[in-house]
Design a protein around this ligand. Sequence first.
Ligand code: PXP
Length: 257
Amino acid sequence: MSKNHLRLGVNIDHVATIRNARGGRHPDPVRAARMAQQAGADGITAHLREDRRHIADSDIERLVKDIELPLNFEMAATPEMLAIALRHKPHAACIVPEKREERTTEGGLDAVGQHNHLKSYVSELSAAGIRVSLFIAADSTQLDAARHLGVPVVELHTGAYCEAAIDHPGGVEERRELDRLVKAAAHAHRIGLECHAGHGLTYDTVAPIAAIPTLVELNIGHFLVGEAIFGGFDSTIRRMRALMDKARADASGERSA
Ligand code: PXP
């Protein structure tokens, strides 16, 4: 693999969102993780939310057991999530905000204001050999705070850039948000942090982000799962049509035999 390779972490949360809309087992996020592996993903990302709105505890167990790719476990800094991470020891844990008071106005984790709260989580996860990252806004103050907390990795929140790019493509706001990400990725590199990015990335917004040379990994989920409806719906319906036609033909063959 080239030194320039940009890792793709596929977030399978929203496969579980669809499954949970009905209960039951279909569609299975672990099956999606296997497909992602075959399709060229470098890692699997899953977020166990406090309210279990998509990924379930049993999904995490199965992902750890069945998937060979490194698992990036997105988690809030709570005792419950810490215990789950320490039990499963995923390759990586990305601490993300769950409650409003944990986040900055840009949507990332407030590594400055939450320093004291985050410190013990970072130490316990790191001591267990888990590579810890913080999901933060593209802001040098937040990056410096992450550095002080001793994490090896940060993930830059690309949500504001993606929103600007979709609402006003080519506009000043998109340019400003992209510049902030470019500068933040350079700053992270300068202060010795491995830099990832994600949130809201699509076919239309990924290229300028993927071109930032010091980024090492992108984590993408919602768009991939949503777009699969269009990219993969056609072949799914064709297969269903063929199964129905075959069953009819077989049954009428039986009757006429
Ligand atoms: N990175 C982090 C830290 C996230 O919390 C999320 C959303 O769960 C993503 C990446 C993926 O974002 P999206 O689903 O919008 O692609």
